[in-house]
Design a protein around this ligand. Structure first.
Ligand code: ADP
Ligand code: ADP
Length: 229
């Protein structure tokens, strides 16, 4: 089953800069893949088209059966519940505890308190932060802070998780840990799309890799191709 599809998508920003050209690919349910390429290759733009902070100039982006062209107004908020987003700088609220940060998306949805508490506890365990629920983000290491960002993106049980340079501020050891955490998520049915300029790190994960160059998809490497590499 296809979770995400790009059909001949191009994106030209106002002012004329072409960020993506004729991009087509599909992601299956429970699939993990990376998007890589140099700075400016179009990785962020690709992710922005998925969580609707940008719109394509041509072509179609589909989440499941839904053409995102037809999603607007209140539909955008609904759409974002189905797509979890992890940012490089994690964007945590510094005056709220880890648990409160992770609970926020569920509070905005009006879930019951005991349901929120249960889900927050479960997702913090999943990212190995069960013991740090009451800490403030500033009391955590950089890698732990990023895991809170991942927990917050996962707590709503999205079909698809997208992450833009989630290891951009981390050293190689922590980066590998965070990537391994992402790689384990599809076991629960969540599809995961991670953008990273770090081709070496990405290849070591031995997952599917889309390679962008100046906005064009120049390679789609399967895990099998990387297995013996
Ligand atoms: P990456 O994430 O791979 O670094 P981006 O998607 O951020 O690439 O950018 C792709 C290209 O589009 C770059 O040349 C960038 O300067 C340009 N770009 C990105 N955002 C905008 C914008 N809002 N307006 C104009 N050009 C943009
Ligand atoms: P983000 O973390 O949201 O990708 P960036 O640091 O890449 O943010 O860019 C900050 C903002 O500037 C974004 O909204 C991006 O679209 C925009 N931007 C990036 N490159 C350009 C560009 N060449 N011209 C105009 N806007 C740009």
């Amino acid at each position: 089953m296809t979770v995400l599809r790009f059909d001949n998508v191009s994106k030209q920003y106002p002012g004329g800069h072409v960020a993506l050209t004729d991009l087509s690919f599909a992601v299956n349910r429970g699939e993990m893949l990376f998007v890589t390429g140099h700075s400016g290759a179009g990785k962020s733009t690709l992710l922005k088209l998925i969580h609707l902070s940008e719109r394509p100039t041509r072509g179609a982006v589909l989440l499941g059966e839904r053409n995102l062209r037809n999603v607007s107004g209140r539909g955008v908020a609904m759409h974002r519940r189905e797509v979890g987003v992890v940012y490089q700088d994690h964007r945590l609220l510094t005056d709220r505890s880890v648990a409160e940060n992770v609970a926020l998306p569920l509070q905005l949805r009006g879930l019951r308190r005991d349901e929120i508490r249960k889900r927050v506890r479960s997702v913090l365990d999943r990212v190995s932060l069960g013991a740090r629920a009451e800490a403030l983000p500033t009391q955590l290491s950089a890698g732990e802070q990023q895991r809170v960002g991942i927990a917050r993106a996962l707590v709503g049980e999205p079909q698809l998780l997208v992450a833009d340079e989630p290891t951009g501020n981390l050293d190689p050891t922590l980066s590998a840990e965070i990537m391994a955490l992402f790689a384990g998520l599809p076991e629960r049915g969540t599809s995961v799309l991670v953008a990273s300029h770090d081709l070496g790190l990405v290849k070591r994960m031995k997952k599917r890799v889309l390679v962008l160059d100046h906005g064009r998809l120049v390679d789609d490497i399967s895990p099998e191709e990387l297995a013996d590499g």
